[in-house]
Design a protein around this ligand. Structure first.
Ligand code: ATP
Length: 316
């Protein structure tokens, strides 16, 4: 289990980006973190992945633990070895390297040859397109394909916890839907997911539990289904009629939606889709399938014991 407890973060000893934030991520769960621009979502992921200091940030108080092991103060490579991998906003693939070289870079810390082979097979099965383009320069891939490469690269170290920062950003609606399906499949295979999104509809359609950050504080938390149905979240974060984040928004919301495009000066991909994405067969006994599928026999929404929205926590 990943626990963020009473965490406060500042940048350059001046900007307070997180204020006493508490978040619990149960094993094999999907937790969504929503919020407007500047709410602290990216900072939260930097904090858990150990990359905060590279951005001039510092944890001033609180703790982050993964299965009881403290993460604050560890370097990002050590945190990857503990099983937590961060897919940052904007994909950050190595554009001049080939697709294959990018995937190998994702497994740079993997010493166990058998584990490497299993991870490679998993990525190959999940993202056929990356195999087809293995020897192409990564910078030539479409935006959606680059996002798949970023996720595939992260899977190369067989993470137990995958944290993703706005994987839908700048992608066409159909591609956003495919990314959502891929994340569901990764979770079905046993990987815990923390998903930061401004596309609230997408995130809430995937997550069990959701947190809303507002100016560095958790302002709402609860089962994702209850948050999706709540007036407060719908009014602020969900475009009318968009239940899975793929139909596009009105453009009047304070958060980005999949089809609004050109956010942050980034192009929305013109690609209509990446071709059919077929969920891979799931042979039993693969090492990343720890125990039974987390979705099997589990009702959506309240897997973590988070209080219902009617009992919503507002932490000050
Ligand atoms: P967005 O959706 O716009 O990316 P966010 O919710 O991810 O927003 P953060 O990027 O975590 O928010 O930013 C939280 C606060 O910290 C903001 O006030 C932001 O300006 C500030 N901040 C983020 N990164 C830095 C940095 N490297 N140096 C100084 N301040 C920063």
């Amino acid at each position: 289990m990943l626990n963020v407890t009473d965490v406060t973060v500042t940048y350059q000893n001046a900007v307070r980006a997180l204020r006493s934030v508490n978040i619990s991520v149960p094993d094999s769960g999907v937790v969504a973190v929503l919020g407007s621009n500047g709410a602290g979502k990216t900072t939260l992921l930097r904090t858990v992945s150990g990359t905060l200091r590279h951005h001039g940030g510092r944890v001033g108080a609180g703790s982050v633990t993964l299965d009881g092991t403290p993460l604050v103060g560890r370097d990002p490579a050590a945190i990857v070895r503990l099983g937590l991998v961060h897919v940052p906003e904007g994909r950050r693939i190595f554009e001049r390297l080939t697709v294959e070289e990018n995937l190998r870079a994702g497994a740079a810390g993997v010493r166990d040859r058998a584990a490497w082979t299993r991870a490679r097979a998993r990525v190959q099965e999940m993202f056929g397109i990356l195999t087809e383009r293995a020897h192409q320069r990564a910078g030539l891939l479409s935006g959606g394909e680059q996002q798949m490469l970023a996720i595939g690269r992260a899977l190369m170290s067989s993470p137990r916890v995958l944290v993703l920062d706005e994987p839908s950003l700048g992608l066409a609606p159909k591609v956003v839907g495919q990314i959502g399906e891929i994340l569901r499949e990764i979770n079905r295979q046993g990987t815990t997911i923390v998903l930061v999104e401004q596309n609230a509809a997408l995130a809430l359609s995937i997550a069990d539990t959701a947190y809303v950050l507002d100016l560095g504080r958790v302002s709402l938390s609860g089962p994702a289904a209850e948050l999706a149905a709540s007036d407060a979240v719908a009014r602020l974060y969900l475009p009318a009629g968009d239940t899975d984040g793929t139909s596009g928004g009105t453009g009047e919301r304070p958060v980005r939606t999949a089809a609004q495009g050109n956010e942050g000066g980034r192009r929305v991909d013109a690609e209509p889709s990446l071709g059919p994405w077929v969920p891979p067969r799931r042979p039993s006994g693969w090492p990343w399938q720890r125990g039974r599928s987390p979705r099997d026999g589990r009702s959506r929404g309240n897997g973590s014991g988070t209080k219902s929205l009617s009992d919503v926590r507002t932490r000050g």
